[in-house]
Design a binder for this molecule. Structure first.
Ligand SMILES: CC(=O)SCCNC(=O)CCNC(=O)[C@H](O)C(C)(C)COP(=O)(O)OP(=O)(O)OC[C@H]1O[C@@H](n2cnc3c(N)ncnc32)[C@H](O)[C@@H]1OP(=O)(O)O
Length: 204
């Protein structure tokens, strides 16, 4: 049976990876929506302008920035789908919210809850009982040990490590390669080993 085509919103690098995820599952892209007039195709898929699109079905917002992704989601009157690479290992005991994408090589262990419009990037690992809020991005090769909670909109940087049971607040940024041993407040930018607060960001 032919699988439903997916509409991608945002012609970004992140979009290219989602095209590839869909391809790994023999799912076609219907078209990509982006208002950059220079952008005509992405990996052979047609890019159309948003004014030509009134109703969307089966959408993924393919924008890597968590805050921008949230703004686009809020303005769309669409139903959203998910994309999980055929070479990701995702336990059957996991919940995945609409709009979320899981890249190749990611491992998601049992009893993990992933919110809406999240990104679990290439080779990221989420161990048992982790909880991700909506619009979270766990970057490539980042590892969350068991029972880590990550608040809405937080970006866990590439290669970061979070030990078991840590609670990370909302709209925080965990720097590349950081080692997080203690809870992280909302809006904190944390870097280093052990992680220390570098600064705070404005609310989303
Ligand atoms: C498929 C994909 O591409 S997914 C995307 C993956 N990308 C990432 O994971 C990027 C994560 N981002 C980072 O690590 C960034 O460096 C941030 C957000 C933590 C900090 O960025 P900025 O606020 O611009 O910090 P800035 O570059 O000005 O550095 C400030 C200080 O923090 C230090 N610093 C910045 N990032 C880090 C880090 N990851 N680890 C250790 N120290 C760091 C800098 O060396 C600098 O120190 P100094 O004041 O002693 O010179």
């Amino acid at each position: 049976m032919e699988k439903d085509k997916v509409v991608l919103y945002g012609a970004s690098g992140h979009c290219k990876v989602i095209v590839d995820i869909l391809g790994s599952n023999q799912i076609d892209v219907a078209f990509i929506v982006d208002d950059d007039p220079k952008c005509k195709t992405i990996l052979g898929n047609l890019v159309v302008r948003s004014e030509n699109c009134f109703t969307f079905r089966n959408v993924i917002v393919s924008i890597g920035n968590n805050s921008i992704r949230k703004k686009i989601v809020k303005k769309l009157n669409s139903n959203f789908t998910i994309a999980i690479h055929s070479k990701a290992v995702v336990s059957q005991y996991v919940s995945v919210g609409e709009g979320t994408v899981i890249m190749a090589g990611a491992i998601v262990n049992p009893a993990v809850q992933i919110g809406k419009h999240c990104i679990v990037n290439t080779a990221a690992t989420l161990d048992h009982d982790c909880v991700l809020g909506d619009f979270v991005h766990v970057s490539p090769n980042a590892s969350l040990a068991g029972g880590v909670h990550v608040g809405e909109g937080t970006h866990v940087g590439i290669g970061a490590i979070v030990i078991q049971g840590v609670v990370i607040g909302k709209w925080a940024i965990i720097g590349a390669g950081a080692v997080i041993l203690r809870d992280v407040p909302d809006y904190a930018v944390v870097v280093g080993n052990p992680g220390r607060v570098l600064r705070y960001v404005e609310e989303e």
